[in-house]
Design a protein around this ligand. Sequence first.
Ligand code: CIR
Length: 258
Amino acid sequence: MTSRRVAVTRGVSPSLARCELTRLARQPIDPVLASEQHAAYEALLEELGCELRRLPAEPTLPDSVFVEDAALVLPELAVITRPGAESRRPETPSVAEALAPLRDLAHIVAPGRLDGGDVLHIGRRVFVGLSTRSDLAGVEQLAGLLAPFGYRVEAVDFDGCLHLKSAVTRVGQGTLLVNEEWVDPAIFADFERVPVDPAEPCGGNALVIGDNVIYATGFEGTRRRLEERGIRTHTVDLSELAKAEGAVTCCSLIVEIG
Ligand code: CIR
């Protein structure tokens, strides 16, 4: 069977400037520039072999471009989250609709809270950051949903950023990119680790697409560290979405098929 890779994305909301903010002060956001940068990101996904499933922009949902937070996609199923920020909960039904033809669906339900940006999946291990958005009730529900498939779900403390995946992401089969100031690297002792350049604390977010990694511009020291390890990086400027605390993993859900 031929394998395919689908990337679910959603256009930038014209109301993006009214996004949720946790760590950053509000700055003006140019929705046109944000859309252009997002289009370049989508073009890169296509260049790297993804089929795009682009959901229409949601004018009344400022953060809806960050589709990662609405679901966790695994080979066996997709778990639709219950985002920690109330303003983001209406984002999930349309993501569920997009994923329904591709995966069986399960759901996190009240009172559990879970943002996809807090979920780092690597093989049969699933690390979930305890954050302002994801709580133990959400982690326990996720563990229950994934146990039948043999996944081990572990809650992780971290600090310094909004989501766990702002601090640590997968950049290869068993290799992680980590900001060791924000999350204890001992938690990931079973994996190869590339520490971010200490001058680039926000450089911990990267998106793996097969043998390639999509990475934001502006973290040249960390990008060099990745390249020195033989990791092929492709950069994209997402500076306008970064003002809304978004990065490269946040803007897509990658679904492997076949
Ligand atoms: C929020 O606060 O929910 C959005 N402004 C940013 C979400 C970024 N998503 C992610 O890191 N997975």
